[in-house]
Design a protein around this ligand. Structure first.
Ligand SMILES: [Fe+2]
Ligand SMILES: [Zn+2]
Length: 391
């Protein structure tokens, strides 16, 4: 057991139980927090963790009558209400300590990248991910760290579905479960045209944009054109903040109108924020489909700053120093965090036969799979990390 998991002293003050640990850390747990955390069979369902506690029935004078560490280093508390007794494992308490420093340790810290400090893009093979949970775990970690992962040897017929099953489930939309991106005689979106596609996140007009998007090269353009572009949206926000903190502030505050129209079939319209921050003020998600933006419906005084901010974003999206350029090979699939990493592509010849398959995966199914795998493989540290994209 790692140092820090053994309590060496337990005490109380007026509102909290205080634990001193073997690594010198001190945790304070408010009585109400501890009482609420009890998951004995009276307070909840120990096997699946849901709660039965009725908070409004707990007096706000809740406090321990007695407390001690038993010989398994569990904290045992007898409460002054209902003659109830609770038992907490010390490891659980330490992992849930909500002190500033422990919450800081659990924070998500993505590794930002640009065109000169590249993410690790060494590809995984689909087979190695299917047969080895250790490799799958490595892939999850890399996706979490950089927001982009390349997978090769993905079969043409149902490779998108097979990849999705590693992380969760395919999300069905008005474009189906899996959609084909190739030149179409009657284009429904920019993706159906051979022209260059500016960097973007997918489906910014949805209330919940897909957490992850997959692009699978069934057939790259035979003329060698149509290379894919990728850009770290978190790095973009970092640079934008350096240039203009006001622009970041505005784009986290003023909703933008994102739209997508298929006349007579679908008419999506969303008032959403372009940049989302976590409670500590760090970027946790971006919605950067600039081709889906309609003129804003906002306070008059925000209109001009809005366009100034948007122009800055547009310049960064087009800044070549931020992006990586990579031509997908046959059978290669790129999996990107769609609330972080933008993708686009260079122009290609319409006769080049370029065919990409696209599918989406929701963010929560990935988080859930990763927690299950973390627990199974014994990586408890990651199990409690605070994830991005949480709303
Ligand atoms: Fe796209
Ligand atoms: Zn209980």
């Amino acid at each position: 057991m790692r140092s820090g998991m053994t309590p060496i002293h337990v005490g109380v003050d007026k509102h909290s139980i205080i634990i001193d640990w073997d690594d010198g850390h001190r945790s304070r747990f408010l009585y109400i927090w501890l009482r609420d955390a009890c998951r004995c069979s009276l307070c909840g369902e120990p096997s699946f963790g849901d709660r039965r506690i009725v908070l409004s029935e707990l007096p706000n004078t809740i406090a321990p009558v007695s407390f001690h560490l038993n010989n398994q280093n569990e904290l045992v508390v007898l409460w002054n209400h209902d003659n109830h007794s609770s038992v907490y494992s010390s490891e659980w308490l330490r992992r849930h300590c909500y002190s500033k420093s422990e919450r800081e340790n659990r924070r998500y810290r993505p590794t930002l990248w640009d065109g000169s400090s590249l993410p690790d893009i060494h590809p995984f093979s689909l087979l190695e991910l299917k047969v080895s949970e250790a490799n799958l775990y490595k892939m999850f970690e890399r996706l979490h760290q950089f927001g982009i992962v390349f997978i090769h040897d993905v079969p043409a017929d149902d490779g998108v579905r097979q990849t999705a099953r590693l992380l969760g489930y395919l999300r069905e939309t008005n474009y189906g479960l899996v959609s084909d991106i190739k030149v179409e005689p009657e284009a429904r979106t920019f993706a159906d045209l051979p022209e260059a596609a500016p960097l973007h996140t997918d489906e910014a007009f949805r209330v919940f944009p897909p957490g992850f998007t997959m692009l699978h090269a069934v057939q790259p353009s035979i003329d060698g054109q149509g290379a894919s572009l990728f850009l770290d949206g978190f790095e973009l926000v970092r640079r934008l903040r350096e240039e203009s903190p006001d622009a970041v502030d505005l784009l986290t505050r003023v909703p933008i109108r994102f739209s997508r129209l298929h006349p007579g079939e679908d008419d999506f319209l969303l008032h959403g924020k372009m940049i989302r921050l976590d409670p500590e003020g760090e970027v946790s998600a971006v919605r950067l489909g600039l081709h889906n933006i309609s003129p804003p419906d906002c306070d008059e005084c925000d209109v001009e700053p809005f366009y100034n901010a948007l122009r800055r974003v547009d310049r960064l999206v087009r800044d070549r120093s931020l992006r990586i350029v990579r031509r997908l090979e046959v059978g290669e699939l790129v999996l990107v965090d769609n609330e972080r990493v933008l993708h686009g592509r260079q122009a290609f010849d319409a006769s080049g036969g370029r065919h990409i398959r696209n599918g989406f995966i929701d963010r929560d199914s990935f988080h859930s799979r990763w927690r299950v795998l973390s627990k199974k493989l014994g990586y408890e540290e990651n199990f409690h990390k605070i994830f991005p994209g949480a709303r």
